[in-house]
Design a protein around this ligand. Structure first.
Ligand code: ZN
Length: 139
């Protein structure tokens, strides 16, 4: 997914390329839209001192630097290195998430990576409702 070394990719975004950050980005490239447990398992298998707290910390930093995007699906969070707005397709059997891309020329929509059988679609826009925009909480 990246066209250059992870260290360079991080430095271009103003981040120091610590071994922990490099490892988390590697985990993000290894799996399609991993959750934090998947990232943690990948990182810990390669660096046994890596803690879950460190993974969360690194993900927060990457997110603040615009390197990673968080997806909320059915109450679970998944992490995505593709940060520009795009859609996803989810397998109803295993839960795997893949990207759906729009071809700018034909305006056709196609799964980015694999030959999916698309069965259904729904579109959920995300934003802030009027109550939350004003900093109130729902009673
Ligand atoms: Zn994605």
């Amino acid at each position: 997914m990246l066209d250059r070394p992870i260290e360079e990719f991080l430095r271009d975004r103003g981040l120091r390329a610590t071994p922990q950050r490099v490892l988390v980005v590697e985990a993000l490239m290894d799996a399609s839209h991993p959750d934090v447990e998947t990232i943690f398992a990948y990182a810990q298998a390669r660096q046994s001192t890596m803690s879950l707290a460190t993974v969360y910390n690194v993900l927060d930093k990457l997110r603040a630097a615009g390197v990673v995007m968080v997806l909320d699906f059915h109450g679970r969070r998944y992490y995505d290195l593709r940060v520009e707005s795009h859609d996803h397709v989810r397998c109803r059997n295993c839960g795997r998430l893949d990207d759906i891309l729009r071809d700018p020329n034909t305006r056709l929509i196609r799964p980015a990576a694999h030959p999916w059988v698309i069965e259904d679609q729904s579109l959920v826009w995300q934003g802030l409702c009027p109550v939350c925009q004003n900093g109130y909480s729902h009673a």
